[in-house]
Design a protein around this ligand. Structure first.
Ligand code: SF4
Length: 434
């Protein structure tokens, strides 16, 4: 018998950035359909507003509900899970928050299962188990809420093969609603990152692996999205888009050969670019590159294991702008070893390089990342509560040299310095630090 599953994208109230379709849910839905064993629909509250009464009515008739949420909207995710529990439905949580802190996520009582790592395989297996009555505790990659507390399977979930993974089920996502708010949408050519940055959740979630799709398959999907949904602009949300230069050149060659006519942007590291790939990227429509710069101070870059040099930041921004591509510098404020001078080094660097956009973000210590054991001196006993206050605009932690109040003040100084180039408006920063 089929299990009928509703996958729910939790809303993010007050989120400042443009919403993108929940591709992660699209991938999961596609995997469920490809299994031929389960029926799936998506409720996307990231773009569709509903009352709780409407959401509860929508959940009726399903055999299980899966919630996707991130750290910023974890409370919304749990609230929606509670609605499903009131109907007596099994509830599952996926996404970076549940994956990083599954036991903590289950502790609140409204969720039965949390997925660790990529869930395309483990979701199908969990539903198989629920349908057949097999113990869900035997499904790798799943943490189960039991009467004795959360039980985590010792093995990670098997990773799906990206060469055969079906395209995200965008037909289950209200793409027309997204098209109403923007001509920009998302796609993914690869997953994961092998770099050792100690603060990064992506490295943990991908188990430091990097995998990529066939260039032809990726370009075919982008063309399909353009033709079917009318998007001419794409953000490729790969963790490090240019990590493999030969692959980037192959992607660009495929885009060119197929006559794909779009503009696109991506994210990468400052040490993974050179003039040849920048030219190929620009010639196929790349108009903007987002750099995870993190700091303008070498001591801080070393302290977070970023493995980049300040000079590489300068070179990357200069090369990219020289190629006619817009630059975004993302910089963290308040890393554990930051002091006023190191933060002002970052402010000075962003001014010097005149990047088209500058995103100052408060440092956030994600549980499960390599940096956590190294900053026990900065974490209070109730530091997990701090985790729940994260919103990308509010400093939440002191440093070894600065009080939280001083970090807030320097964060405000950094945001003010960006003017029109900043992603946080000064008024939002003022609100967040007051
Ligand atoms: S910060 Fe960027 S380069 Fe570093 S591990 Fe994370 S995704 Fe990789």
């Amino acid at each position: 018998m089929l299990m009928r599953v509703l996958l729910v994208n939790a809303p993010t109230p007050g989120y400042a950035l443009q919403p993108y379709p929940p591709l992660q849910l699209g991938y999961l839905a596609a995997a469920l359909r490809a299994s031929g064993r389960h029926d799936v629909e998506i409720l996307d509250l990231g773009i569709e507003e509903q009352t709780d009464t409407e959401t509860t009515a929508r959940m009726q008739g399903f055999d299980a509900v899966g919630l996707y949420f991130v750290t910023m909207n974890w409370r919304e995710g749990l609230r929606l899970a509670a609605l499903a529990k009131q109907l007596g439905l099994p509830t599952m949580a996926g996404g970076p928050h549940a994956g990083l802190v599954p036991e903590e996520t289950l502790r609140h009582g409204s969720l039965d299962f949390a997925f660790v790592g990529e869930a395309e395989v483990s979701l199908v297996r969990l539903l198989d188990a629920l349908e057949s009555g097999a113990p869900p505790t035997e499904v790798p990659g799943v943490v189960v809420a039991t009467a004795d507390g959360p039980r985590r399977h010792p093995q990670r979930a098997p990773r799906p093969d990206l060469r055969t993974l079906p395209w995200p089920a965008r037909d289950l996502i209200p793409m027309s609603r997204y098209r109403e708010v923007s001509d920009d949408t998302s796609a993914l050519a690869s997953r994961g990152c092998p770099y050792p940055c100690s603060f990064c959740a992506i490295r943990v979630m991908s188990n430091a692996s990097y995998r990529r799709r066939a260039a032809k398959d990726f370009v075919a999907e982008v063309r399909h999205v353009q033709r079917t949904y009318g998007f001419d602009r794409f953000t490729f949300f790969d963790d490090i888009f240019t990590i493999d230069r030969r692959y980037v050149l192959a992607l660009c060659a495929e885009m060119k050969a197929s006559g794909l006519d779009i503009t696109w942007s991506c994210e990468t590291r400052v040490d993974r670019l050179d003039p040849e790939i920048l030219t190929a990227m620009r010639d196929t429509g790349c108009y903007r590159i987002f750099f995870g710069v993190e700091s303008g101070n070498q001591r801080i870059l070393d302290s977070i294991s970023k493995r980049t040099r300040v000079q590489q930041i300068k070179d990357a921004v200069s090369l990219t702008r020289g190629a006619g591509i817009r630059t975004v510098m993302s910089v963290m404020v308040g890393t554990p070893d930051d002091d006023a001078e190191t933060i002002r080094d970052s402010i000075r660097l962003t001014r010097e390089l005149e990047s088209d956009e500058v995103w100052f973000q408060p440092f956030a210590p994600f549980p499960g990342t390599a940096i956590i054991p190294r900053i026990s001196d900065l974490l209070d006993d109730d530091w997990m509560d701090m985790y729940h206050r994260l919103d990308l605009r509010s400093p939440v932690m002191r440093t070894r040299h600065l009080s939280l109040e001083e970090v807030k003040s320097l964060y405000l100084e950094a945001v003010m310095s960006t003017g029109a180039r900043g992603w946080v408006k000064p008024s939002q920063a003022t609100h967040s630090v007051s």
